[in-house]
Design a protein around this ligand. Structure first.
Ligand SMILES: Cc1cc2nc3c(=O)[nH]c(=O)nc-3n(C[C@H](O)[C@H](O)[C@H](O)COP(=O)(O)OP(=O)(O)OC[C@H]3O[C@@H](n4cnc5c(N)ncnc54)[C@H](O)[C@@H]3O)c2cc1C
Ligand code: FES
Length: 327
């Protein structure tokens, strides 16, 4: 069964099948409703149901606070129409940037630093991510977090992990050259440093989840803040860890920054550090009054949220960015 969907304030109308979520149906009609993962993990497709019946599918905990649910907000990439619907939803401008690859630097055996120079200034807030079109497949986009705050060079820095069979990452690792051009959509995301907050910070990063966390910590340093920051950084094997020297320099230079690296590989006897990211976090502090920043796979984020809630961290002091496969 098909229903008519009307978006406010744009006034755009389109038809959606009852088996299609709103983001997917809009995309099919060439309507770019703002979204990121398209799989219920990032919260960038939040909208409000103004009228009509719908069914909300499951999504990552804490994406909608109880006050947002009470106000009729919904996760549109998991919302299915059950009648004609009127929704408030953000439609993103079809603005794109061409950006040249200026450098590709290995950070670990499976992580590259990608540097891009956009043709014109690319506005973003520290911690946000860019949508990048897959070369040769203009209808496919991937999301990558900027690893540094915006600066006067205008260059964008990313940490990108190679995924076996991954369309974009395989191209980047095996075909991309400096001078190649990529197409970027506008920056997105709410994973940014909370202004006017002087709570101690707990940061938890897994794999390339380190990218936006590094940017957020760098911004806190640039702002001259000295509230304690404890970063827990986890990877599977020693060879997967990157930026260890840079992180060590931070903790030497700034006494308020503490870094703990962990490995999930329990069999690595040459590793003198901690094992297993979240149990190490749990064993190393009282986090109740902290402001928390989490970034990594959706599974890690869900487990971390459970842990933090059990430590009585307040919902609105938990910020996260889940590196979900792009829908
Ligand atoms: C908001 C956001 C920010 C992100 N930022 C970064 C970043 O800074 N650095 C980074 O390396 N990645 C980041 N990602 C993940 C990135 O967008 C891609 O999903 C990832 O690079 C895979 O793209 P691909 O084309 O290589 O693989 P695809 O062709 O999309 O997928 C290949 C296979 O791998 C699986 N897969 C896809 N993505 C993942 C994943 N993340 N984990 C495990 N399996 C996966 C797919 O299901 C598929 O089976 C981010 C994702 C989101 C939503
Ligand atoms: S796009 Fe809907 S939750 Fe990410």
């Amino acid at each position: 069964m098909e229903y008519e969907i009307c978006l406010e304030p744009s006034g755009i109308h389109f038809m959606a099948d009852e088996r299609q979520n709103i983001v997917e149906a809009a995309k099919q009609h060439g309507i770019p409703i703002k979204h990121g993962c398209a799989s219920g993990s990032c919260g960038d497709c939040k909208g409000t149901i103004l009228s009509g019946a719908s069914e909300q599918g499951p999504f990552m905990p804490l994406l909608l606070l109880s006050t947002e649910r009470a106000a009729g907000m919904a996760i549109l990439c998991k919302l299915y129409p059950r009648s004609d619907l009127r929704l408030r939803a953000e439609v993103v401008p079809k603005d794109t940037w061409t950006a040249e690859i200026t450098r590709l630097t290995p950070l670990a055996w499976n992580v590259l630093e990608l540097r891009l120079r956009p043709e014109r200034p690319y506005p973003y807030r520290t911690g946000q991510y860019a949508r990048v079109a897959v070369p040769g497949r203009p209808d496919q986009w991937r999301s990558y977090s900027m690893a540094t705050p915006p600066d006067s060079t205008g260059e964008l820095v990313f940490h990108i992990r190679e995924l076996p069979g991954g369309v974009f990452s395989q191209w980047l690792f095996h075909a991309a050259q400096t001078g190649d051009a990529l197409t970027l959509g506008a920056a997105q995301g709410q994973f940014t440093l909370c202004p006017d907050n002087d709570r101690d910070m707990l940061c938890i990063a897994a794999g390339t989840g380190l990218a936006p966390i590094e940017a957020i910590i760098q911004e806190s340093i640039d702002l001259g803040r000295t509230r304690p920051i404890h970063l827990f950084y986890g990877a599977r094997k020693q060879a997967d860890l990157y930026h260890l020297e840079e992180l060590a320099r931070w903790s030497q230079q700034y006494p308020h920054i503490t870094i703990t690296s962990t490995l999930s590989d329990m069999h690595d006897t040459s590793w003198a550090g901690a094992h297993r990211l979240l149990p190490t976090v749990a064993a190393n502090g009282h986090w109740k009054d902290h402001e928390v920043y989490l970034c990594g796979s959706p599974g890690m984020i869900e487990a971390a949220i459970d842990l933090l809630l059990s430590h009585e961290v307040q919902h609105d002091h938990i910020h996260f960015d889940a590196f979900a496969p792009n829908g």
